[in-house]
Design a protein around this ligand. Structure first.
Ligand SMILES: Cc1cc2nc3c(=O)[nH]c(=O)nc-3n(C[C@H](O)[C@H](O)[C@H](O)COP(=O)(O)OP(=O)(O)OC[C@H]3O[C@@H](n4cnc5c(N)ncnc54)[C@H](O)[C@@H]3O)c2cc1C
Length: 434
């Protein structure tokens, strides 16, 4: 099961760590967040190392949709209500700056970069009006659109002009060249100034955790602040060119974009460990609406969802001045990762970043989603089952679409035989064959 990106590009290979080393800044996790942060630090002459447990960008980044936009669903009405106009504007400007930075970098990188308009559609008129008025308050020139070339139920959409899309792996292949990266280098443990891997220790002054789900449980309470949400994709040939990029405001709806002669359709989504429509739903949809099309690729991915829709970027916790994090991208981690790279590279070089405050991981956690996450944790801890997640002990659920054991609490996943597929668990299931 390869995504369209993995089938079309492969980043260069990097060596495995073979001895103890020392660096000023260690970045743990070589997804797009880690690689972009390393790229920015390296460009500023900072001595930094990336430790990646497998191949760089072989995690969520190679299974994304790769839309580059500052329009993240109907986030602005939520931000206005929960964080106020000033922070909503900060969020918008940070993501616009990230989009602009991609545009600048991609001028010199062969990565199928294209400028496209982005649309978030809904059939809920009230939400549509609220989003448009939130966007007016922060001064965006978003537009209302009543006609879309996609076969879904909607009454209207909010359009952001001049957004973009690209091939993430072609982009990463280019920017990762010349960086100091160790692949197949799994960070198992952390001390205050070193990361322990199977083949050596990496001593650091500062460390940045970009492991998708942060793996250090001792600080920051990420096991309360994050859950994971999974989506499915199919890439269709002989399907229409829909012109722009589209996504439903509702997390359970569909997403569309073209890549070359393919139409990518996403959906079938669910909280990891719960039931959802998966590829079956997408295939039924394609059969009805694109009857002459042919499926060439299918894949799935999940992302970490924060309590308030804003990523966690900054100090890992209040008590860890030299430890930083970037996570909780809420399925918008392309611009989110660039925002993280800008903020974290400023923080570790002791420069002020005007957008850092809104992403501060130590902000209040008293949000309705906290109680939902708590409920899931308690329910699954009390559920009787032989299959338990080695992360925090929750009962695992069988995912019949993908033949995996998935954790409804934090989203760790394991193959049928018990091999860990997705973190935060950092080891296989015990008694794999039982
Ligand atoms: C269905 C879906 C669609 C999406 N579409 C879009 C979109 O259109 N636009 C957008 O902006 N965003 C989108 N996103 C979000 C985006 O893809 C992600 O937020 C982003 O790729 C996350 O990048 P990352 O670097 O945080 O994680 P990853 O890419 O998962 O990288 C983390 C890396 O850390 C490594 N690692 C983990 N633990 C360790 C350890 N202990 N030691 C060493 N290495 C370790 C892993 O092997 C992995 O390579 C989408 C996400 C999903 C799920």
């Amino acid at each position: 099961m390869k995504s369209i990106w993995s089938a079309s590009a492969e980043p260069d290979k990097f060596p495995k760590l073979k001895q103890d080393i020392k660096t000023d800044v260690l970045i743990i996790g070589g997804g797009i967040a880690g690689i972009l942060t390393a790229y920015r630090l390296h460009s500023q002459g900072v001595n930094c190392v990336v430790a990646e447990k497998e191949r760089i960008c072989g995690g969520t980044t190679c299974n994304t949709t790769a839309k580059l936009t500052s329009q993240h669903g109907f986030i602005y009405q939520k931000l206005l209500k929960s964080a106020g106009a000033e922070k909503a504007l900060m969020y918008f400007k940070a993501n616009q700056a990230a989009l602009d930075e991609y545009k600048r970098l991609c001028e010199n990188i062969e990565c199928d970069f294209e400028t496209k308009d982005n649309y978030v559609y809904t059939s809920d008129e009230k939400k549509l009006e609220k989003e448009l008025s939130a966007l007016e308050i922060i001064g965006s020139d978003a537009e209302l659109c009543r006609r879309l070339p996609i076969p879904v139920n909607y009454s209207g959409a909010v359009k952001f002009g001049g957004q973009a899309q690209f091939n993430p792996l072609k982009f990463i292949k280019s920017i990762s060249r010349g960086l100091n990266i160790y692949e197949n280098t799994f960070v198992r443990e952390m001390t205050e100034n070193s990361a322990v891997t199977d083949s050596g220790k990496i001593y650091f002054d500062k460390a940045i955790v970009t492991t998708h789900f942060p793996f250090i449980n001792k600080h920051g309470s990420y096991f309360l602040k994050l859950y994971q949400h999974r989506s499915y994709f199919i890439a269709l040939e002989n399907a229409p060119d829909v012109g722009g990029m589209y996504v439903d405001e509702n997390k359970k709806g569909y997403s569309f974009r073209n890549y070359k002669n393919f139409l990518l359709v996403g959906g079938g989504s669910h909280r990891t460990g719960k039931k959802g429509g998966s590829w079956e739903e997408l295939r039924n949809f394609a059969g009805i609406h694109y009857p002459g099309s042919a499926e060439k690729y299918f894949w799935a991915a999940q992302d970490c969802m924060s309590l308030d829709g804003i990523p966690y970027i900054g100090n890992y916790s209040k008590n860890t001045p030299n430890l930083y994090v970037a996570s909780g991208f809420n399925k918008w981690g392309m611009t989110g990762a660039m925002t993280a790279a800008m903020i974290l590279s400023d923080m570790v070089t002791e420069k002020k970043n005007e957008y850092a405050e809104v992403f501060d991981p130590s902000r209040s956690i008293i949000k309705p989603q906290l109680f939902i996450n708590g409920f899931e944790a308690v329910t699954n801890l009390l559920t009787i089952s032989k299959k338990r997640c080695p992360h925090l002990g929750c009962a695992l659920k069988w995912n019949s679409a993908e033949h995996s054991w998935d954790c409804p609490c934090h989203g760790s996943r394991f193959s049928e035989k018990g091999k860990v597929l997705e973190n935060p668990a950092n080891g296989d299931l015990k008694n794999c064959d039982s």
